[in-house]
Design a protein around this ligand. Structure first.
Ligand SMILES: Nc1ncnc2c1ncn2[C@@H]1O[C@@H]2COP(=O)(O)O[C@H]2[C@H]1O
Length: 225
């Protein structure tokens, strides 16, 4: 995190807060605190309350939920500029999921009351938060559909397509290596099963492991996911 930037400058760089008026941003910047989370540390815990909105300045965090037997599901990965903890502030219920730092992660934390005030005083910001929630609901709908209707091949294909971004040639690639364990937690299957499916997808030409560690997704994968 750049220590040279003021809280106001940092806030201005976060898309959500760029909509505040200058006066509002000044008030809010006086209310935020910076905090660093180590790799593996929880920013918020499912079932607890923490009274703050967290905005990622650097790093990466994973949104996950688990059952009483410790089995985990990865719901999403958050990166720079993303925020979390808004659900608990909006409905005054405990956090819906645990969010854990995947690498060292710096955040700005804004208190519950200040965030609630931002929403009531700034209609465009409320709309952006609503759009974010709607986007997540759409994504969750697709995920339910995939869990209910697709086999493990389809679910793995779906998760891979979700992660991929087009490269310079317009081909879909996943740049970072995804661990089989993480993929298993995304699709609700065992690591062994996911390893078998990935091997099969590669042998049948749906995906290609590149020497760089990236994975190239072939067009035909769309037919599975
Ligand atoms: N499916 C999801 N995708 C992205 N972020 C999520 C998802 N579910 C929960 N979160 C975030 O994780 C946070 C956990 O605490 P909250 O419920 O307060 O607010 C939640 C959201 O900010």
């Amino acid at each position: 995190m750049s220590t040279m930037l003021s809280n106001l400058d940092l806030l201005r760089r976060v898309p959500l807060f760029s909509l505040l008026t200058v006066a509002q941003a000044e008030v809010i910047s006086g209310a935020v605190i910076k905090r660093r989370f180590k790799r593996g540390e929880a920013l918020v815990e499912q079932g607890q309350k923490s009274n703050a909105l967290f905005i990622l300045l650097t790093g990466r965090a994973r949104v996950m939920t688990s059952d009483s037997r410790g089995r985990e599901v990865i719901l999403a990965t958050l990166a720079q500029g993303d925020y979390l903890g808004e659900m608990s502030i909006i409905d005054n219920e405990p956090h819906s999921a645990t969010v854990r730092a995947e690498v060292q992660t710096d955040v700005l934390m804004l208190g519950r009351a200040e965030f609630a005030r931002c929403l009531t005083e700034n209609a465009s910001m409320s709309l952006v938060v609503m759009r974010g929630l709607v986007k997540r609901l759409r994504h969750a709908d697709r995920k339910i559909e995939s869990l209910a209707l697709l086999d493990v091949y389809g679910r793995v294909a779906h998760a891979l397509l979700d992660f991929a971004v087009p490269d310079a040639q317009g081909q879909l690639v996943i740049k970072d290596k995804i661990s089989r364990q993480d993929l298993a937690k995304m699709v609700g299957a065992s690591r062994e099963m996911v390893s078998r499916v990935m091997k099969d997808l590669e042998e049948r030409g749906f995906i290609e492991a590149l020497p760089s560690g990236a994975t190239l997704l072939k067009d035909r994968l769309n037919a599975l996911g």
